[in-house]
Design a protein around this ligand. Structure first.
Ligand SMILES: Nc1nc2c(ncn2[C@@H]2O[C@H](COP(=O)(O)OP(=O)(O)OP(=O)(O)O)[C@@H](O)[C@H]2O)c(=O)[nH]1
Ligand SMILES: [Mg+2]
Length: 503
């Protein structure tokens, strides 16, 4: 297992900077000392710059809003909704660059499907219970907050759809030929990940994540528009690499156009459908979204729609700051919105931003009741914690943090659309969270049950008698989300004006 870290062992820079094998002990010690000092100086510069920016922000009386929550909860998607509302031109500017992310999402989805098929030897029949090389393994988990949540990592859903009845040899031969035809496309995976991370860090997420530093949009926009980045000196190597990158996206676009029917065929393949129905193949929401829209996405002149951008998935690394001018009652105030990386390995980067925050929107995905934490986590970080439990534990930490005792607290119980469709498809909450008991498995009961747990955490960790504002959201739904953002903006402003003693 690899730790999601900017100092990943996969970092090509680390590889390039490896010391020579002939290095003596004295040289080694000297090098380590110099490296430690350089790191200390660099971190000090970053910290000074951050404090300087904070100081300026405070003097101007700007609003500081943090988006917090576990990975994949929808923070960056919510940030895009803010951008759409308060700086739509910037989203338009970025539009072309999202194509790279969406291609990456498509390629990763295909790769994930093909790998899962391979682990099942490209065939599933009525009696099959476990694939030849399936690593999962079913287990329960201790659940410190919800108590008694259970996980089904390997068990079939009780509603199992009728499994594929066809001939094994025919299935294998069809999939083998699809695999062959799709292999050039799938092999662009590494290059795309490298492109999005600026050639710096691609940390392994078995599920298809790529970590990016802030500013990837700028990199991809420049490439997509054929613009060159201003740089102190003409660097031929860099120039060459930018040309390669442009060619990469065009190549993928051509490949996708050529093999879009193969992608469609794979998506409609009965073995794939049977694996999905039996929950042996689990696809993320974005995978399904882009595979469903593959004809449009694979068109040569494809430009991502706003809806596509909202569904695109790229993992945030560190903390990204976005600034919007928000106008209310004739007064314009700059809002600094901080979108953080939610993976456990990223959470230590949040704390320096707590200081002086005006408000927090905590995003918790209520659809995640049947999911565990992330495959790319080290075992010691307990990758089998139920995601709702992880959210509740994180919310406990946020509510009880002394640094945040005066913030305006907003809770988004998100992904309600996915929750609804899971329940409509017959998924039983009790199967994953035993404390849910015999309650009715309908949407209203389930969301209220989860809400009650979050309210309880808040009540138990609320020394300053803060109000908790709760919203049920689906942040990919623009109309509904913008209405909620308006609502949140008004309530944050009221608190802000009171604390600034302006009213
Ligand atoms: N259907 C649906 N999809 C959502 C919703 N919210 C987010 N998503 C999708 O979930 C995926 C993850 O969302 P992100 O906004 O990237 O998650 P994040 O919290 O920023 O994750 P990290 O950056 O890893 O911390 C994206 O593909 C989104 O489109 C929702 O309410 N409904
Ligand atoms: Mg994010």
């Amino acid at each position: 297992m690899r730790t999601p870290s900017i100092y990943s062992q996969d970092d090509p820079l680390t590889e390039a900077l490896k010391p020579p094998e002939s290095e003596t002990e004295i040289e080694r010690r000297l090098r380590l000392e110099l490296e430690a000092e350089a790191k200390r100086v660099s971190e000090q510069i970053d910290e000074d710059l951050r404090l300087e920016r904070e100081d300026m922000r405070r003097k101007r009386g700007d609003v500081k809003l943090l988006l917090l929550g576990q990975a994949e909860s929808g923070k960056s998607t919510l940030q895009k909704q803010f951008q759409l509302m308060y700086k739509p031109s910037s989203l338009d500017q970025e539009r072309a660059s999202w194509r790279t992310v969406i291609y990456f999402n498509v390629v990763r989805s295909i790769k994930h499907i093909l790998n899962t098929l391979e682990s099942w030897d490209d065939f599933i029949d009525d009696t099959a219970d476990s694939p030849t090389s399936y690593i999962g393994g079913s287990s329960g988990t201790s659940s410190p907050v919800l108590m008694n949540s259970t996980l089904e990592a390997n068990g079939a859903d009780s509603r199992s759809a009728s499994p594929f009845q066809g001939n094994a040899a025919a299935s294998r031969s069809t999939i083998a030929s699809l695999r062959r035809r799709l292999s050039p496309l799938v092999s662009t995976d590494g290059a795309l990940a490298d492109r999005l991370s600026g050639g710096v860090t691609v940390s392994g997420s078995g599920k298809g994540g790529v970590f990016v530093r802030t500013g990837w949009q700028a990199r991809t926009i420049e490439n997509a528009l054929g613009r060159k980045r201003p740089r102190p000196s003409e660097d031929m190597e860099l120039k060459k690499s930018e040309e390669i990158h442009d060619a990469l996206v065009q190549d993928i676009s051509r490949m996708l156009e050529v093999c879009k029917d193969d992608v469609r065929e794979l998506w409609a393949n009965p073995t794939v459908k049977a694996l999905i129905a039996r929950r042996r193949l689990k696809l993320d929401e974005w995978s399904e979204f882009f595979l469903r829209h593959i004809t449009r996405v694979a068109a040569a002149d494809y430009v991502p729609s706003t809806d596509d951008i909202l569904h695109a998935r790229i993992q945030t690394m560190g903390v990204a700051e976005h600034i919007f001018d928000v106008n209310i009652h004739g007064k314009t105030v700059a809002w600094h919105l901080f979108d953080v990386g939610g993976a456990r390995g990223q959470r230590h980067t949040w704390v320096p931003y707590f200081d002086d925050a005006n408000a927090i929107i905590f995003v918790a995905p209520v659809s995640a009741f049947d999911q565990v934490n992330f495959a790319n986590l080290p075992v010691e970080e307990d990758p089998r914690t139920n995601r709702i439990d992880d959210s509740l534990q994180l919310f406990t930490q946020i509510c009880s943090s002394p640094l945040l005792k005066n913030v305006h607290l907003v809770l988004f119980l998100n992904k309600t659309d996915l929750l609804r469709s899971k329940l409509d498809n017959g998924l039983k909450v009790q199967k994953y969270i035993t404390s849910f008991g015999n309650r009715s498995n309908d949407y209203e009961t389930v969301v209220q049950y989860f809400r009650a747990h979050f309210l309880q955490v808040h009540r138990r960790n609320n020394e300053n008698r803060r109000v908790l504002y709760t919203h049920f959201t689906s942040v990919v739904d623009t109309k509904a989300t913008q209405r909620i953002i308006g609502n949140v903006r008004d309530s944050i402003f009221r608190g802000y004006l009171q604390s600034a003693a302006l009213v």
